[in-house]
Write a protein of this length. Structure first.
Length: 211
C-alpha cells in the first residue's frame, strides 16, 4: 500500500485542501471546551505557581525535549489521563487509510483507548517547540493527526487537540470537516490556570465519550 507523507511534513494549507477542511474563527464545540466549570484545588494552584516559575526562568533556554519533560509532561501527568478505559501514549504512531493510501506518523502525545497501542484517539498534544523555533507547521501537523484519528474512530464526535510553541498553547477542535483554533494561552501568565482547567475538562469530556 502506498503511503501519504508523514505527519511531520504536512502544512495547514495542504491538510485543508486534501481533506476539504474548513477553518472557523470560533465554533460552539471549541467554546464549550474552553469555558470549563472546573474548580482548581488549592494544592494544584500552588503547584502550578511553582511550575510556572520554572517555565518563566527557562523557556528561552530549554530545548524541545526539556520543555516536554520539565513542563508539559509534568502538567499532563498531574491531570492523570491514565484511566481504566483509556490512557496516555507518548511518541506513538497513528495510522489510518485514506483513499487507499496509508496516512501515518508519530504523535508526541495522545489520549486513546487501547493498552499496548493507541486504538481510538480522543485528544492530541503536538509539537513541543521552543519560542525561537518557527520551523515546520505545528498546526498542520496536529490537524493531519486529528484527521487520521477521525478516520480510525469512525464516529462523529469531535477530536480535540492542542499544539504548543514555547509558552503558547493553541487549543483545537475538529468536528467532521470543520475546525477551529483558539487564541494563544500564555503559560507564563495567569492563563496557566485556565489552560489547566481546560485540560481537566478534557478528561471529563473523554470520560463522557468513552461511556
Amino acid at each position: 500500500m502506498k503511503k501519504w507523507k508523514s505527519f511531520s511534513k504536512w502544512t495547514t494549507d495542504e491538510v485543508e485542501e486534501t481533506f476539504q477542511l474548513t477553518p472557523h474563527l470560533t465554533h460552539p464545540t471549541l467554546t464549550a471546551w474552553l469555558t470549563p466549570e472546573v474548580a482548581i484545588a488549592e494544592d494544584d494552584h500552588q503547584w502550578l505557581a511553582k511550575l510556572q516559575q520554572q517555565l518563566i526562568a527557562n523557556v528561552h533556554y530549554w530545548n524541545e525535549q526539556e520543555l516536554q519533560i520539565k513542563f508539559i509532561g509534568r502538567l499532563l501527568n498531574r491531570i492523570d489521563f491514565d484511566q481504566p478505559h483509556y490512557k496516555a501514549f507518548y511518541e506513538r504512531e497513528i495510522s489510518a487509510v485514506y483513499q487507499h493510501q496509508e496516512l501515518s506518523g508519530l504523535v508526541d502525545f495522545v489520549v486513546a483507548e487501547g493498552r499496548g497501542v493507541p486504538k481510538a484517539p480522543y485528544f492530541f498534544l503536538h509539537e513541543h517547540k521552543r519560542d525561537a523555533d518557527s520551523s515546520n507547521d505545528p498546526r498542520g501537523q496536529l490537524l493531519v493527526s486529528m484527521v487520521a484519528a477521525q478516520i480510525l474512530n469512525q464516529q462523529h464526535h469531535p477530536i480535540y487537540g492542542v499544539y504548543v510553541i514555547g509558552r503558547a498553547w493553541y487549543f483545537t477542535i475538529l468536528q467532521q470537516q470543520d475546525y477551529a483554533v483558539s487564541l494563544a494561552y500564555d503559560a507564563t501568565k495567569d492563563e496557566i490556570y485556565q489552560l489547566y482547567g481546560i485540560l481537566q475538562r478534557t478528561r471529563q469530556i473523554i470520560d463522557t465519550l468513552v461511556k
